[in-house]
Design a protein around this ligand. Structure first.
Ligand code: ADP
Ligand code: MG
Length: 293
């Protein structure tokens, strides 16, 4: 390879907000046939907001929000930050929770004084013995059909509320996906979110393959399997959780708006988190390699 044209290629990418770690990455990029994308923060803005709170039993919205925010204040998950922002926005005080525990891909729990608070997806609540979640599941459906994430709140073992949390699709995402499809690349969406939410987002974006309820380990395993099947895979993600999958992919692509861990694990960083950079990197790679040959 002529180092000079590679240097030029890398430089050109940088001007377009596509940071390419080294010559090898630029070389492999040309051969990629499958793009795996995380949903949250990659396709969506990654700044979710609580849009609806539905309470059950005698619970009042403000009381549930206060308890939930106290526990979520100790979590770094974007959904947790949404709950805390909402509580603060409603001028509620965010207390100090104790006994904080986090279940990756499931949710969090803790205590506020003597009250036990559990927040997460329906499966987590069911696993932890909360038996009255059917009403919550029913209420969740309409929001999930809109592409919102619904988290469940249990207080002292009983369902107290559901919260719909919306994370709008990035403005640049539809155009980016269209270009990737035009280039004949297969796009697969992986998410830890619920099936109904994933389906709504995939439908909106015309993504034909998606997998929901996927844990970080599963994401990593999914990429390995694609590679075993002979695919050349680029994985795009933004979260701490995505780092192993980014490292496993033939090309890891981090959103520059994401966590440092993701960026370190990636061969390519998209400065503004704009997925159109993936297509740009692909064509840059083709041009550069053509110059070399
Ligand atoms: P993603 O792939 O979207 O980053 P995760 O694997 O981090 O998703 O989480 C999967 C699901 O677990 C979330 O959609 C949510 O229902 C639940 N969950 C995870 N962490 C939290 C939290 N801190 N608070 C509430 N729910 C959570
Ligand atoms: Mg994520």
């Amino acid at each position: 390879a002529t180092p000079m044209s590679v240097m030029v290629g890398v430089g050109r990418g940088a001007k377009d907000g596509v940071l390419i770690k080294n010559a090898e990455v630029l070389e492999v990029m040309e051969k990629v046939d499958t793009i795996v994308v995380d949903k949250t923060g990659t396709l969506t803005q990654g700044r979710p907001e609580v849009t609806h709170v539905e309470t059950f039993g005698d619970w009042r919205t403000a009381d549930v929000l206060e308890l939930a925010a106290a526990v979520e204040a100790q979590s770094e998950h974007p959904l947790a930050q949404a709950v805390v922002r909402r509580a603060k926005g409603d001028d509620l005080k965010v207390a100090e929770a104790t006994n904080f525990e986090s279940v990756t891909g499931g949710g969090v729990s803790g205590r506020v004084d003597h009250t036990k608070v559990l927040i997460g997806n329906a499966d987590l609540l069911a696993d932890q013995g909360v038996s009255d979640i059917d009403l919550g599941r029913q209420n969740a459906r309409a929001h999930q059909a809109e592409g919102a994430t619904v988290v469940f709140v249990a207080i002292d073992g009983k369902l107290a509320a559901t919260m719909a949390i919306a994370d709008p699709i990035k403005e640049s995402t539809p155009a980016a996906l269209q270009t990737l499809h035009e280039l004949g690349l297969k796009v697969v969406m992986l998410t830890g979110d619920a099936e109904a939410t994933a389906e709504a987002v995939a439908k909106k974006l015309g993504i034909d393959e998606f997998h929901a309820g996927v844990s970080p380990t599963d994401k990593h395993e999914f990429i390995r399997q694609l590679k075993r099947d002979g695919k050349i895979v680029a994985m795009c993600g933004d979260g701490i959780n995505d780092a192993p999958a980014l490292a496993e992919a033939n090309v890891g692509i981090a959103m520059g708006t994401g966590t440092g861990v993701a960026i370190e694990s990636a061969g390519v960083t998209l400065v503004g988190g704009d997925l159109r950079g993936v297509a740009a990197a692909g064509s840059l790679s083709r041009k550069t390699m053509r110059n070399i040959r």
